[in-house]
Design a protein around this ligand. Structure first.
Ligand code: HEC
Length: 144
């Protein structure tokens, strides 16, 4: 898909709730989509469905336990989460609910690398990051 078509597709996808400033989160989706597309031309656009599956999928962690992103961030990224290790509250990940999310690009890279390594035992692929943030952008209603 041409870059222009891709941008248009995102425009439609993300123009629905333009209330909170989620520009950086959207930029990250473009960025990771471009990286994923260069690595695998078949990856043309982020998948919200795949992002949701990824968020809830249980992985066997390097320490032998089962955990999903949802284990700490709850099954709704708009919710306040709870760290299963420290019991501390985690502000919502969904950028439309928590506008501080995805504002600092270096922090995002750092957290992704750390969490992906903790959970998957390796960094997440660019396609997984694109899908993940695209999914987070769709969650707007806390349920806890
Ligand atoms: C053991 C608990 C735990 C698990 C499991 C977990 N996280 Fe997190 N996550 C945290 C904590 C703690 C923070 C940092 C505190 C904060 O930013 O509120 C955080 C923050 C983040 C951020 C930072 C967003 C930003 O810019 O502020 C991202 C991205 C993230 N997590 C992605 C993931 C992904 C992807 C997974 C699954 C592969 C995952 N997390 C699994 C606890 C967890």
């Amino acid at each position: 898909m041409k870059m222009k078509t891709m941008m248009a597709a995102f425009g439609v996808l993300f123009s629905v709730h333009a209330l909170a400033d989620v520009t950086n989160a959207e930029k990250l989706v473009y960025k990771y989509t471009n990286i994923a597309h260069s690595a695998n031309p078949a990856f043309k656009a982020p998948s919200i469905t795949d992002g949701k599956i990824f968020f809830n999928r249980k992985f066997k962690t390097p320490s032998g336990k089962e955990a999903a992103c949802a284990s700490c961030h709850t099954n709704n990224p708009a919710n306040v989460g709870k760290n299963i290790v420290t019991n501390k509250e985690i502000p919502p990940l969904a950028p439309r609910v928590n506008t501080k999310r995805f504002t600092d690009l270096d922090k995002v890279e750092e957290e992704f690398t750390k969490h992906c390594n903790d959970i998957l035992g390796a960094d997440c692929a660019a396609s997984e990051k694109a899908n993940f943030i695209a999914y987070l952008l769709t969650e707007t209603k806390p349920s806890n």
